[in-house]
Design a protein around this ligand. Sequence first.
Ligand code: UDP
Length: 247
Amino acid sequence: MNEKRIDVLGVGFDNFTMEEAVDEGVRLMNEPGAHYVVTPNPEIVEICREDADARGAVNSADLVIPDGIGVIYGAKILGTPLKQKLPGIEFAERLMEKMAQEKKTLYLLGAKPGIAEQAAEKLRETYPGLTIAGTHDGYFQKDETVVADIRASMADVVFVCLGAPKQEKWMAHNGTATGAHLLLGLGGSLDVFAGVVQRAPEIFSKTGMEWFYRLLKQPSRIGRMMKLPLFLVHVVGKKGKTDAARS
Ligand code: UDP
């Protein structure tokens, strides 16, 4: 693990403010070669504890930012606080502003058929100057077909929205072959950009309750969300072990 990163149960997080993270994203987007960004929440950290491939893909990313208040609490309890919560979707929005200024091109990969096109239409309106070079839904059989399409589009940046840990593994495996400079794993963000799913009202995100709003809207997420208390149990257990080793 990159030693500058803050370790939360085996996942190393970069300790940046939003401003610093966006600057780093812009730098990576202008650097030769392929780079990718991951935005783990407690659910993904828990997946990484069990799945070594997922953990490898997450920790090999060029930028790892904490999506969700749970990771912030976890880092604090462990005695190594992170500067702030950086929701992946807000990071993407800030990056698109910069991309529009720098006339960069974007490819949208993921979600159900039709959603990426709908998101493209909305994003073109919101960020004049941003070119959407291509789109593809997230329910494909062969990586090669999608990789070839991204390559042909010559996109600078790709939003990979296939859900975790599929998107992290996909970027680790296919990032270089796409020819893009920066790939971002963004979960359900295309559904939000397309307007088919609403983000929680600000009061929920400000109070660290965005997860609760999502649960109210989609009660079927309960199974996945049970990973959040499990995550906190593991954090407290780890803290206990570290304290005992010190004393
Ligand atoms: N998805 C996809 N391909 C798949 C599985 C999922 O494109 O094989 C999409 C799904 O349609 C949704 C996104 O990935 O748009 C995952 O959304 P989720 O709410 O699970 O992500 P989160 O934001 O919670 O990480």
